[in-house]
Design a protein around this ligand. Sequence first.
Ligand SMILES: [Zn+2]
Length: 208
Amino acid sequence: MSSATDSRSPRNLVVVPRRDLSFDFVNTLAWRGSAPTESLHSIGELLGWMVSSKAMTERAATELSNWFAAHPAQGVTVFGAAIESREMIYRLLRSIASDSPPAREDLRRLNRALGEAGSRQILDRADKGFGWRIEAKTTVAGILAPMLWSTADILVSPDAARVRQCANDRCLWLFRDDSKNGTRRWCSMQACGNRAKAHRHYLRQKAQ
Ligand SMILES: [Zn+2]
């Protein structure tokens, strides 16, 4: 492929706002309460993550990657803004998890980004299912559209009452509590629940 072809503006994209996508997005920064571990370091990694999270088709991500490869400065700017948006989404969902009102500024930023992301109007096939066909934009709101929609959908749905923050204060991942009685405390029993159980067991033995 020539560089002229590589830098061609991407065509329409098919994106899929999976219900839990926002949780996965904010959790790309792990161990927020202890030693934060970042899994996204560039626009290429963000697009790759979107493909593996089934938020964007591979073809769409390739077109965007090619465009950013030809416009590296924009790639750096858009990636920085994407991480800022991720943190805005984290703060919004965390406030819901702790039953406290979200910061007005964060809600205002989400609304502005939703406006810039465009609207969901045309369905198209995406892999084996369906997604929304949207105009390709190389802006942060255009790229983050599936995560912005996921966030808005969580906030206005009964899922809002099920947003939780992991009780492991080293972890602090966010998740949707899908337990029957709504009392799930850990992001996962393997990662955090068993560790807490083992720690309680250790403390009990020590006290004896
Ligand atoms: Zn956890």
